[in-house]
Design a binder for this molecule. Structure first.
Ligand code: ZN
Length: 257
């Protein structure tokens, strides 16, 4: 053997449950034989299959749970689990799993951002956020980064993130309620849809000069955004919003059962 030749090693990977969404059909639910020559962490090897690290809950190597820094060895048997598998098979997470209910969304998920705010969740969204900024905000503010960009989730700075599977915004919100157990935390009309600020109930007199005549006569309950001062009232669109929210919740509940 020449001195410059690298030794070929092999590891066997198996990805569980929804982690298979990231794999080509022939690699789903089977043991994948992975040849390698370079020293690499298990995190880098998992991502080389296209599975973003924030989607991984636990990693089992030869029956021991390891974290992302583990260096893969020749003939390792590696099982990779998402969070849903933790309910069936007790495991040790690769990182602490705080009960986070706040989010930052990439620029393509504007409608989902609106829905999350409507349901009262702390949701950062701007249509000019760049990938670097999204990763930084997610990391520094401990927010779950929501995106359909796998490359963005693979940025090393991102700790908590999720690849939104659905493309229809109405299905996306149902998917999120189920994935993050948001059902019991829904608090409609608590957040400003425009800026994510908190709403505070105000009396009619304090807003009377800022609202249209027709609104003055028909409405008695008003809220103001503490951040951008936008005024909200239970106008004609309120019933539409209410049925929209009830529709989302009943869909999420029926799938949950
Ligand atoms: Zn606002």
């Amino acid at each position: 053997m020449q001195a410059h030749e690298r030794i070929m090693a092999v590891a066997f990977f198996c990805f569980y449950a929804e982690l298979n969404d990231f794999l080509p059909r022939q690699k789903r639910g089977v043991s994948i034989c992975h040849e390698f020559t370079e020293r690499a962490s298990v995190k880098d090897m998992i991502e080389s299959f296209g599975v973003p690290h924030p989607e991984v809950y636990s990693i089992e190597v030869n029956s021991n749970f390891v974290d992302f820094t583990y260096i893969v060895q020749d003939k390792d048997n590696i099982n990779v689990y998402p969070i849903s598998a933790s309910a069936i098979k007790p495991s040790v997470s690769v990182q602490p799993q705080p009960d986070i209910k706040s989010f930052v969304l990439d620029i393509h998920l504007g409608k989902l951002a609106n829905s999350l705010r409507l349901l009262g969740f702390d949701t950062l969204y701007r249509n000019d956020y760049e990938d670097k900024e999204l990763a930084r905000v997610s990391s520094s503010e401990n927010r779950i980064l929501l995106t359909r960009d796998k490359g963005l989730l693979m940025r090393s700075m991102v700790v908590y993130g999720y690849y939104v599977r659905q493309t229809d915004p109405n299905k996306q919100i149902v998917e999120l309620i189920q994935r993050f157990n948001l059902f019991k935390h829904v608090a409609p009309f608590r957040r400003c849809i425009r800026c994510n600020g908190m709403l505070s109930q105000v009396n009619k007199e304090s807003v009377i000069s800022e609202i249209p005549e027709s609104v003055k006569e028909l409405n008695h309950e008003f809220h103001r955004c503490l951040s951008c001062s936008q005024i909200y009232w239970k106008g004609s669109h309120y019933d539409k919003l209410h049925s929209f929210i009830n529709g989302i919740l009943s869909k999420a509940e029926s799938v949950e059962c």
